[in-house]
Design a protein around this ligand. Sequence first.
Ligand code: ZN
Ligand code: ZN
Length: 177
Amino acid sequence: MIHVVAVGDGVDPDRLDALAADLAHTFGVSCHVREGVLDAGYARDSARNQYHSTAILDRLRGLAAGPGVRVLGVTAHDLFVPIFTFVFGEAQLEGHCAVVSLYRLSEEHYGLPVDEGKLRERLVKEAVHELGHTFGLGHCDDWRCVMASSHGVERLDVKGAGFCGECGRVVERSCAL
Ligand SMILES: [Zn+2]
Ligand SMILES: [Zn+2]
């Protein structure tokens, strides 16, 4: 089971519902949007004006409600880890928690017209990718696989929203547990 939770203000609840539906479809498990918003203020780095994703993961861990539950945080804030200028998201490898940011996924961020369809597609790809890490998957060499690494929206747009055969089998085994 997957729980989706808003992290910080500015995340549209309808967007979370749509994401939950997309994730339920991809993983074949139930996906539930949790009430309320997890405060992210403590994770803010004022010098960078960004939020430290690893600190958010630590807090999300406290929300994991059982061994089979994955918790996915969704934030409108820009995320970073110290070695990168930004990240789209971060996950605990073989853990239970992941976080993704909408901040750099919208067309508006790049000065382009609003494209809701594209944003939804990018969000689900990034969410599936980070959740894939929680199932122990590393980055995949198949560029079409959702587990291909993508540190830019162009790369995110060319890859698929689903797992390649090999990655899919790993997730299937974990979901069947
Ligand atoms: Zn990754
Ligand atoms: Zn793959």
